[in-house]
Design a protein around this ligand. Sequence first.
Ligand code: ATP
Ligand code: MG
Length: 356
Amino acid sequence: MRNDRPRILTGDTPTGRLHLGHWVGSLENRVALQDEYECFFLIANMHAFTTRADKPDDIRESTLEIVKDWLACGIDPERSTFVLQTEIPAIAELSWFLAMLLPFNRVMRNPTLKHELETKGLGDNYSFGFPMYTVGQCADILVFRPELVPVGEDQLAHIEPCREVARRFNQMYCGIDPQTDDADYVEQGGVFPIPEGKVGRVARLIGTDGVNKMSKSLNNAIFLSDSFKKIKKKMGGLYTGRSAMDEPGDINNALFDYVRAFIHDKERVAELERKYADGDNIGDGHIKVEVAEAIDQMLAPMRERRAAYEGKDGDDKILALLREHTQKANDAAEETLSMAKKAMKLDFGSRALSFN
Ligand code: ATP
Ligand code: MG
């Protein structure tokens, strides 16, 4: 069954507010593609528990903050559907079935998973649930049968198992020939399209620590809701190792990643690159302020839109929006689940899910 418009599914984990990495890696694409695609944007609040099971208050607060960030950056709730993961039972059900189609070792070898275990300091004590989020993510995506998944580069490795599982499901339960082209699975009678990842303008924005990817959990992020003062302070702390204005600098350092990502005047970027490389009387401090100003200009309208959702009233508006959208999200997810169960000979009856 084909959808009227091709679909997009992507989302964020409520482990904090959204930052510049989200904007360049995924949000910018989401805003741009809202008309062309039927969009579903997911708040992975169940997955937030994989690393923060002891912090339900934080997860709830971040859930609301993330929706505020979405609205602030131009995601339109009239055109796109917000998906609150914990209220979509079809996701949890599909996760179980898909888990059977993913080899255990394949999950544990996933490079993003390994990297997260290291950078988040989870050591050997991570929960059984943590690696399960890889499978859960396949279900998050596939339950909406999307064709496109806009993500940052770090998440591409998670799209691959999702694509594999979709092919395997279609082959095993819908009788699709394994030689079929990825683009033809649905046409041939498969339940799931094989979704493609779409990386944003900057695949992996480095954090203000100059080392790791900018990340909510790593204390190296400039948030979309930060004030100019904060942006300037965080930019100021970016380490480059360069000490004098006449010292030739490396234009492939973290500072210049920011220059190229946020200063949109190409001539100015080229001029900064030339002066920096030549050590032509230009200090890091000056460039940092220029970058901070460019970022601030971009974020100012977002902060303004966000202001409409401050305080308890703002939270109430977000909760009402989430409730309204949950019904729409469940309608779409239930349709897929029933298609999948039918293919698996599990169609014992029908059910209607209502949410209020
Ligand atoms: P956490 O530290 O909890 O993992 P995060 O900052 O990595 O949080 P996620 O919610 O895991 O954020 O990611 C949401 C989306 O944003 C994903 O598609 C991810 O690839 C993308 N993304 C996150 N950080 C960056 C970044 N620094 N550069 C580009 N894309 C990013
Ligand atoms: Mg992440």
